[in-house]
Design a protein around this ligand. Sequence first.
Ligand code: ADP
Ligand code: MG
Length: 247
Amino acid sequence: MMHEHTPGAPILFLRNVTKRFGGLVAVNDVSFDVREHEVMGIIGPNGSGKSTTMNMISGALKATSGSIELQGHDLTRAKIFENARFGVGRTFQLVRILPQLSVVENVIAGGVFGHKRRWGREAEDFAESLLDRVGLSHAIGKGVDSLTYIDQKRVELARALAGQPEVLLLDEWLAGLNPSELRVGIDLIASLRAEGRTVILVEHVMDAIRSLCDRCVVINSGAKIAEGTPQEALSDPEVIRAYLGDA
Ligand code: ADP
Ligand code: MG
């Protein structure tokens, strides 16, 4: 059941999360909470550790130290498929669609391996309703090779939704869209927000951050340098320095 968009109690907790790749500290002692029904942004210059943070929440990468907890489940120690079961759904910065499967099969796969699992006819009906939800009803019977880039992104979004995640991770889901597609994409994420979904959004498009996020954290060189409403965070002198320094 979906709720209206009113952030509730925290459900996801990152505590002192660090990720090292050899000598590189990609994420350095980062802590923040995400509330139920909240859209939380993660922003920062290229290479600052945003995707690494998302990958640790999804379980694709293991934290070197620190903890990540979702509704009482310890995501830091879980296996990747368990993170999905516990309620993490995601899209990838670089689209990852299963090319040998049809559009609807790609989405069904998300339901089979997701938080609330479905099989057979029920999974198929749910997948079709989600394809309709993301604006892809015309592609239900098609193969994935015929899809445009934005439509591939829609398939990924529908696949993530098919598992009915407690928290949805969107890593630069809007990247690579042209201006009119961007408008459609922002509206689509806004509609997920209005449904009361809990979302973590990594995004370079500042209009999207401003219009979609309740709060955001800013990371630079792996460390959190600011947290607050988009307006608060983006007017922080250290954040402005980080962005100007990057440019
Ligand atoms: P962002 O998403 O903010 O652009 P990333 O989290 O992808 O940044 O990367 C943060 C840092 O970690 C970068 O210096 C990147 O080169 C490095 N990095 C990311 N993934 C790996 C990996 N698998 N192995 C080694 N270094 C990595
Ligand atoms: Mg990234």
